[in-house]
Design a protein around this ligand. Structure first.
Ligand code: SF4
Length: 427
């Protein structure tokens, strides 16, 4: 979502005469778009501001801006720790940028943080997409779930869906421009449309509409909330040949008590049922997940359930993290239950080890199979051109083929599996 926001910010800036530079040292305006999902990301943002602050001492004409979730949640902290920052703007204020930039150009210090979005038609601005193959489309922003560890409802606000007509128009333009993959984004993507009165506006129906756009391209959607995956959504994925057979469904913990403590609205058994249902319908599907190690109060036995779930569910890949307390959240206040850092990181190491094991197993299943892939980039190695591609089920596949280019689809026979990727040959 942040990368997508950055592309929108770059588009707005180019509309007002700014050009992107490859060399940061040439920049007259420096913007850092921040993430606060874990403390480490927030710390990195402050450290980058520190570097830019030193540069501003030698070149006071430089303007420095910070946006994203750290800006949204910690404007006072930024003013105190980095008083040289010219502009702080929140996740809801991106489309106010043209007027904000004018104000800092007039040497004003500006802080624009609102708790509700500044409304605009997003199609009014060009989007400077970084990638030439995949294009992101945010379809819903914010979250109503309030998982006890998560800061997103506080930084991105409540769920707000974009109108389907606006999304379809953006998708049609993307396809016309030659992009081959569209990724629909939402913190809770399967909640799409729930905030509209028209109950026909759902993710399933949006996928059906996107599928009917002419052209050779494919569609993904992330991130799904386990208990929000409806039968209609599964049916739509099945019906739509352009929609990838891939689901990213964070489980977070394999233990029902911890899930309750996290305020996740499903049990371990219900998560298993969802995975089984999807696997039954799409035998080649890839299901990826997210897990937190060392949630406050998690016992060793409860953590063992997470390891077991990762293995039993044969998850294709998982993002993992040690629990990181976040301001405003309920879990962040459970200080008496916090686990020592060494316990959290020791569990994270075991979780990562299990992740590697199950990923390799998942990849080995594809040896000898033919996968349809989309070529995303090329690497020159030892005089050979290696094509780096992604299969419909999100597996990364490397192969050699001098006849193909970035953005082409290809059929590849898988010959070798490693933990994070597959190797193959064109067929
Ligand atoms: S569903 Fe996701 S974004 Fe929403 S509160 Fe939970 S973890 Fe955060």
């Amino acid at each position: 979502m942040n990368k997508s926001d950055s592309e929108r910010i770059a588009g707005i800036l180019s509309h007002f005469g700014y050009e992107e530079t490859d060399n940061e040292k040439d920049a007259e305006l420096l913007i850092i778009n921040t993430c606060s999902i874990r403390q480490l990301s927030a710390d990195k943002a402050y450290s980058q501001l520190g570097v830019w602050g030193k540069r501003k001492k030698t070149n006071p004409n430089i303007k420095i801006a910070i946006c994203g979730c750290v800006a949204q949640q910690d404007k006072e902290g930024i003013k105190k720790r980095a008083p040289y920052v010219d502009l702080i703007f929140g996740t809801h204020n991106i489309y106010e940028l043209p007027s904000l930039i004018k104000r800092i150009e007039n040497d004003e210090k500006v802080c624009a943080i609102t708790n509700t979005p500044v409304v605009c038609d997003q199609n009014d601005f060009e989007i400077k997409r970084k990638d030439s193959v995949n294009a992101w489309i945010p379809i819903i922003e914010g979250c109503n779930n309030f998982c006890t560890y998560c800061v997103v409802p506080f930084t991105r606000g409540r769920e707000r869906s974009r109108r389907p007509e606006e999304i379809i128009k953006e998708a049609q333009n993307i396809v016309k421009e030659g992009f081959k993959e569209i990724t629909l984004l939402g913190q809770n993507v399967d909640s799409y449309g729930k905030d509209f009165e028209d109950k026909n506006i759902t993710l399933a129906n949006l996928l059906r509409q996107l599928n009917s756009i002419d052209g050779e391209f494919r569609v993904r959607f992330v991130t799904s909330y386990p208990s929000d995956i409806t039968d209609d959504l599964i049916n739509a994925v099945d019906e739509c040949d352009k929609v990838c057979k891939y689901f990213h469904i964070p489980m977070q913990s394999g233990n029902s008590h911890i899930l309750e403590e996290m305020n996740r609205h499903y049990t371990k058994a219900q998560y298993y049922e969802i995975v089984e249902k999807i696997r039954k319908r799409f035998p080649d599907v890839a299901i990826t997940s997210d897990f937190i190690a060392g949630f406050p109060g998690e016992t060793e036995e409860e953590f063992q359930d997470t390891l077991e779930a990762m293995e039993e569910l044969e998850l294709d890949y998982s993002n993992t993290a040690a629990y990181s307390p976040r301001v405003f959240t309920k879990a962040g206040k459970m200080t008496d239950k916090f686990l020592p850092e060494d316990v959290k990181y020791e569990r994270l190491n075991r979780l990562n080890e299990k992740n590697r094991e199950v990923c390799l197993k998942s990849n080995e299943k594809f040896i000898g199979r033919i996968l349809k892939v989309l070529i995303e980039s090329k690497t020159e190695k030892d005089g050979k051109t290696i094509l780096n591609s992604r299969a419909d089920n999100n597996k990364i596949v490397h192969f050699e083929d001098s006849t193909k280019n970035i953005g082409d689809f290809a059929n590849v026979k898988i010959t070798k599996a490693q933990t994070w990727c597959l190797y193959g040959e064109p067929v």
